[in-house]
Design a protein around this ligand. Structure first.
Ligand SMILES: *Cc1c(COP(=O)(O)O)cnc(C)c1O
Length: 382
């Protein structure tokens, strides 16, 4: 008789030190939570307009510039609402006439939808590929924003960031780096806006958007603002830019989110910066994909190894109809043992595991996870 997945007990010596493998919210370090607890009465519940909170915002802004190796004339802009709100913010305040979107999964399609729905913009150009791949990046006539996605979290496909050859002068490369920022390398010379939220590589909580902006992007923000287009105040990039320069947000931010974000940025810098983080994620990914390739019941979903993400690993399991085990059963067994959020993106509809390998996850935990999956699959097969 088939085993009830939630009754499988994984031996303690196989289990990872920490069971959180989600792709956002993702694992938050205990050290950062302890640091937050230590300032509970002096920092939490205090004004975001006073020096202590502004110092942390300033530390985040300076720390991110250092982490990404940004030239001095770049600005780190932040506001409330997360990356989803940034799509609306950019639709109001960054796209001048027409955007071009390179779509290869759920997240990259959302910004295209926001732009298409905006009555003040021309019809966007959408270049789409099958999931598990990404479209080739090419110049599009009349596009003033190129919307790229560094890492498509719904599929585990990562993209090399490059300015499209032949793009019109003054067009901006705007990158959704929500799950990539802090875990994948990139060059500021190829990008104008690199935006993300803190609940993935930055091991904090959600609810904030952060955008690293080149001088060309800052100039665009100023120009669209000066055009007198109607922009709701809470959606205004110009307002966000002006407040960010003063180490503030337009309205009240979540203080715990800011604090945990700063802890993670400082930890990353202390370990050796973005190169160290990217190497650690690459090591985790290499462990995961090599393991999947060596099991006859598992395969990396992304066929082209060069496009496999180092931060979000997607592993297909042989279908139960073909004699395999159900990924839902594997996930249920893992969850019953404290190993959580290894589920695939629902809408992909595949018999798949999806594993967050952000910098806070040590490669030893990824290796332990693969041993746990081996154990569970063996038990499920009886
Ligand atoms: C998580 C994610 C988002 C959504 O971020 P929110 O902060 O929840 O709005 C957008 N894009 C990508 C690539 C993501 O991984």
């Amino acid at each position: 008789m088939a085993k009830n997945p939630s009754e499988i007990v994984i031996p303690a010596e196989l289990r990872p030190a920490d069971g959180r493998f989600g792709c956002g919210p993702s694992r938050v370090s205990q050290q950062a939570v302890d640091a937050l607890a230590s300032v509970a009465t002096t920092w939490l519940g205090t004004s975001h307009r006073q020096a202590p909170v502004k110092r942390v915002v300033g530390s985040v802004r300076a720390g991110l510039k250092q982490l990404f190796g940004l030239p001095d004339d770049w600005e780190i802009v932040l506001g409330n609402g997360g990356s989803t709100v940034y799509w609306d913010v950019a639709t109001f305040g960054l796209i001048e006439q027409r955007s071009a979107h390179f779509v290869f999964g759920e997240f990259s399609s959302k910004f295209a939808e926001a732009s298409a729905a905006a009555p003040h913009l021309g019809e966007p150009v959408v270049v789409e590929s099958a999931t598990g791949d990404h479209p080739a990046i090419a110049a599009v006539a009349g596009a003033d924003v190129y919307a790229l996605t560094h890492n498509e979290t719904s599929t585990g496909v990562a993209m090399q960031l490059r300015r499209p050859a032949g793009a019109e002068a003054g067009s901006l490369v705007v990158v959704d780096a929500t799950s990539a920022a802090g875990g994948l390398a990139w060059s500021p010379a190829e990008v104008d806006v690199y935006y993300f939220a803190p609940q993935k590589c930055f091991a904090s909580d959600g609810g904030l958007w952060i955008a690293a902006c080149s001088p060309a992007a800052v100039e665009r923000i100023e120009r669209v603002h000066a055009s007198k287009r109607w922009i709701p105040a809470s959606m205004s990039l110009k307002t966000a830019l002006d407040n960010s320069k003063l180490d503030q947000t337009y309205n009240t931010p979540a203080l715990a989110t800011l604090f945990l974000l700063d802890q993670q940025v400082q930890w990353m810098l202390g370990q050796g910066g973005l190169a160290w983080c990217a190497n650690r994620c690459a090591e985790s990914a290499s462990l995961l994909y090599r393991w999947a390739e060596s099991r006859e019941w598992a395969t990396p979903f992304v066929a082209d190894a060069a496009k496999r993400s180092n931060v979000v690993g997607t592993i297909d399991l042989v279908d139960p109809a073909a004699g395999g085990v159900s990924a839902n059963d594997v996930n249920a067994a893992l969850r019953a043992n404290g190993i959580v959020d290894t589920d695939s993106y629902r809408k992909l509809g595949r018999n798949q595991l999806r594993i967050g390998m952000f910098p806070a996850v040590p490669p030893t935990d990824v290796a332990a996870l693969t041993a746990c999956i081996d154990y569970v699959v063996n038990e499920l097969r009886g």
